[in-house]
Design a protein around this ligand. Structure first.
Ligand SMILES: [Zn+2]
Length: 462
């Protein structure tokens, strides 16, 4: 699925290679080092930041990240630092890059019907990275796709050329596809892991069926994802066979409206508040007890700054269905903004009790404590957020700022540096780390640890 692999595409354009080997896998003679894949991933991320636009809503990022982490948690030891990104683009697309950087487009998020459908796509993408599919495609030829990719991305004079190639690739409509064999393998393993992680593997099947139907209806050309992931009889049969071979287990409670909520948030990002309000009011005029419509009405009103109206509707929606995904977090934010801190704390407590793995609730709790001028508790909340979402640049940034406001510049600079590192801004990270060392005192044990981190950053190839 993947791969609108920009890189692959870039490479395919460069070498004019459209031939995709479909034979049995033979390990490439010049076995690709995992280190190389991580480096390729980092390089790709830097370039993608310039070429693509990303959704920065912490809830959207957190939702996708949480699914990814849960899938990874059943896949054994992790070779890479997997990273998940949400690209703000209406194209139906998803791809992964060697080294574990995985990109999901809003055009795909808009179209999935359940969390399991999304988990199916993500599981498949993770397998492409985890099992080194790109390296395996490259074959024994030293001028292989991955080898070329590494060269294009390598330091030195190739920088500008690499940027150009990737830019071209990212904007191109042509797609690169993995071999049939690797697609089947990603389906098979992705399904097994998603079931182990507690997602309903039938989500994969229903997503494929929807894609197939949509494809027939779309006049505007075949979506990138379908070009790279054609829905074939062979794939469908394989998926059905795997699903029937999986041990029966009760999948965790499906929460389709967690995805609906996500889709509502994406619409807010596109400034569709008025449309959401109109739709919700229409639904409520027919059915005043519709908790979902009441909830989305409140979300849109809150986004418009209509706090008293939003409050009324959030509270009504919660009264109708207290288990609605995200409702306590929503109420916590609203009460916090209204300065009603005890109510806000209660709401966040409930949200965290319901989902103790949810980093976003801690992030918003930290914001509330900052409003209350309780920087110590704010830092604690952000620290929890960073523990739960160790790749969230935003959480580390907030933590650093909170320490700064507590007049603890050593920790402040250190965590800001961590946030820079997560954004692949190595030089800025090192500069912040050096400021942290100065503030902490050269001889302090903490400073020694930071020095080691700097050495590690400097020793790796860009
Ligand atoms: Zn694939």
């Amino acid at each position: 699925m993947f791969y609108r692999r920009a890189h692959l595409l870039a490479i395919a354009l460069i070498v004019g290679c459209t031939y995709i080997p479909s034979g049995k896998f033979t390990p490439p003679a010049h076995a690709i080092q995992e280190d190389d894949e991580s480096r390729i991933s980092r390089q790709f991320r830097r370039e993608a930041k310039k070429q693509l636009s990303f959704v920065t809503n912490p809830e959207v990022e957190g939702f996708v990240d949480q699914i990814g982490r849960r899938l990874l948690s059943v896949m054994g030891p992790q070779t890479f630092e997997y990273r998940f990104f949400v690209v703000s683009d209406s194209a139906l697309n998803a791809f992964s890059v060697p080294g574990g950087s995985i990109y999901i487009y809003t055009g795909l998020l808009d179209r999935v019907k359940s969390t399991s459908e999304l988990a199916g796509v993500m599981g498949h993408e993770i397998i492409h990275a985890k099992d080194h599919h790109m390296a395996r495609m490259s074959g024994p030829d030293p001028l292989s796709l991955l080898g070329l990719l590494g060269m294009v991305l390598a330091r030195g004079g190739a920088g500008a050329q690499a940027a150009g190639a990737i830019g071209q690739a990212l904007s191109a409509t042509r797609q690169f596809a993995f071999s049939r064999q690797l697609e089947l393998e990603a389906d098979t393993l992705g399904l097994k892991y998603m079931a182990q992680a507690g997602y309903d593997p039938k989500g994969m099947l229903s997503f494929m069926k929807t894609m197939d139907q949509q494809n027939a209806l779309l006049a505007s050309g075949i979506p990138p994802y379908l070009l790279t992931h054609p829905v074939t009889k062979e794939r469908m049969a394989n998926i059905e066979r795997i699903i029937s071979s999986l041990p029966e287990r009760a999948p965790m409670r499906e929460t389709p409206d967690a995805v609906r909520r996500l889709q509502t948030l994406l619409r807010l990002d596109r400034h569709e508040e008025e449309a959401i309000i109109a739709e919700s009011e229409r639904a409520l005029s027919e059915q005043p007890d519709n908790a979902e419509a009441r909830h989305y009405l409140a979300i849109a009103q809150f986004a418009q700054g209509k706090v008293p109206l939003a409050r009324q509707n959030f509270e009504k929606a919660r009264g109708l269905d207290p288990r609605r995904p995200g409702i306590d977090r929503d109420l916590g934010r609203l009460y916090g903004q209204a300065g009603e801190f005890p109510l806000a704390r209660e709401a966040f407590d409930r949200a965290i009790r319901a989902d103790s793995r949810d980093a976003v609730s801690y992030l918003y709790l930290g914001e509330m404590y900052e409003r209350e001028n309780n920087m110590r508790e704010a830092a604690n909340a952000y620290l929890n957020a960073t523990n739960l979402a160790p790749y969230s640049a935003l959480a580390f940034n907030r933590l650093g700022v909170a320490y700064g406001r507590m007049n603890r510049p050593g920790e402040g600079y250190y965590y800001i540096g961590r946030s820079m590192l997560l954004q692949d801004e190595d030089e800025r990270a090192v500069a912040d780390y050096e400021r942290a060392i100065k503030a902490l005192g050269e001889a302090s044990p903490r400073a020694q640890m930071i020095k080691e981190e700097i050495a590690t950053i400097k020793s790796r190839r860009r």
